[in-house]
Design a protein around this ligand. Structure first.
Ligand code: SF4
Length: 179
């Protein structure tokens, strides 16, 4: 087991004094820096810049940042939710550590495109043909690599050729699958 006990501290969100949500700062006794490239491979849709010692991703509306000695989690309801998140993170990190010999580490830049950047190039008609109720929801799923952009059939029409070209270019540069 790589990590056992986690040192959890809850703090108020400084930039939103009226918010009742809390951020968690979780200090790690063990340095997990060497595991970050393996976590980057395993955590779908994460942003990771190899060498920068930080990995970020979204889960259930929380932004999670993992660094060698510290993890931060945003927008938690209370201590109960924070403890659950700690247990989840511990299990996930220890699981990746145990399986690391069978995981190909990510040793290059892996960027996440902002959902709004994807949204700007979509038809924005909310037609629902992709299976999502709104274009914004589709954009979020594309940004997190859960769906490919070509699932928007409207985008394949001639009138959106320029949008498609721009979006495909951005996605390919960030090493997303487009089809
Ligand atoms: S198919 Fe395209 S235009 Fe229609 S809702 Fe999905 S993303 Fe929007």
């Amino acid at each position: 087991m790589l990590i056992d006990k986690l040192n959890l501290k809850l703090v108020n969100i400084e930039c939103m004094p009226a918010s009742t949500k809390l951020n968690a700062i979780i200090d790690l006794k063990t340095d997990i820096g060497d595991l970050l490239p393996y976590l980057a491979t395993e955590i779908r849709g994460c942003t990771y810049f190899h060498g920068a010692n930080e990995l970020n991703y979204m889960k259930r509306g929380h932004i999670i940042a993992i660094r060698p000695r510290q993890i931060t989690v945003t927008a938690l309801q209370d201590e109960v939710e924070a403890q659950q998140m700690c247990e989840e993170l511990k299990k996930m990190i220890n699981g990746v550590h145990e399986r690391r010999d069978s995981i190909t580490p990510t040793l290059r830049k892996q960027a996440r495109i902002d959902p709004l950047t994807v949204y700007r190039e979509l038809p924005q008609t909310n037609c629902g043909e992709c299976g999502e109720t709104t274009c914004m929801a589709f954009a979020a799923r594309v940004a997190s690599r859960e769906m490919v952009a070509s699932h928007c059939g409207s985008l394949l029409l001639g009138e959106y050729a320029n949008n498609r070209e721009r979006l495909w270019g951005m996605l390919e540069q960030a090493e997303y699958d487009v089809e």
